[in-house]
Design a protein around this ligand. Structure first.
Ligand SMILES: [Fe+2]
Length: 206
């Protein structure tokens, strides 16, 4: 009998992302609450970003003017979505919120994070020192604890990439960006890509 012939040999083995997505769905299927989702999901994400060899080039490409958000996977019931954020040199988000739980894991490079809170007069104040998240590190976003922040590439001369997980189809969530005055502007991020990576490439069932 001849050995099975593969018609397409992927340049990147997508299996780590497939395992991550199925593992994350399993956490949600178990009925875990937000704290357990962030803890157990954060461990899964740490494993995913520990190795930078699985993200296909098409979802790692920077744009010369603005950071990119590529959807890698959206749960069929929109319970969670997985996004690669690609930061060109020096690129940054506006100050924004999320309104759902989130996890951020840096795959390549590093990013800086500034958290904000509202003063009594409604204006925004930076809360705590500017943090830095390096490759392999994971941070949680908890909307109950305050989720207004600004994220930037820590590098002025190279690309950084982080993998984000949110408790919704984040590209469709109505949320806000903020001016220094605290004024909110409605914001729906959408996604940069029209086509998703094939998580099931290379799967062979006996
Ligand atoms: Fe964010």
């Amino acid at each position: 009998m001849n050995a099975p012939v593969s018609l397409a040999v992927p340049v990147h083995d997508i299996a780590p992302l497939r395992r991550f997505v199925t593992g994350f769905a399993g956490i949600l299927d178990s009925g875990a609450g937000q704290a357990a989702i962030l803890e157990r999901g954060g461990n899964l994400l740490a494993r995913l970003v520990a190795q930078d060899d699985w993200l296909p080039e098409a979802f790692a490409r920077p744009h010369p003017e603005r950071y990119q958000q590529y959807l890698l996977h959206c749960d069929s019931a929109e319970r969670f979505s997985v996004v690669s954020f690609v930061w060109g040199p020096g690129q940054a988000t506006p100050v924004h919120d999320h309104r759902v739980w989130g996890l951020v894991g840096v795959l390549r490079g590093a990013e800086t994070v500034r958290n904000y809170r509202r003063r009594e007069d409604g204006t925004l104040l930076q809360a705590g020192a500017t943090g830095e998240l390096r490759a392999g590190e994971v941070e949680a976003i908890d909307p109950q604890a305050g989720d207004i922040h600004r994220v930037a590439n820590a590098f002025a001369d190279r690309v950084s990439i982080s993998i984000h997980v949110y408790g919704a189809n984040i590209g469709a969530v109505e949320r806000a960006t903020y001016r220094d005055s605290g004024e909110e502007r409605p914001f729906i991020s959408g996604y940069a890509n029209a086509v998703l990576p094939n998580l099931w490439n290379g799967v062979i069932r006996a």
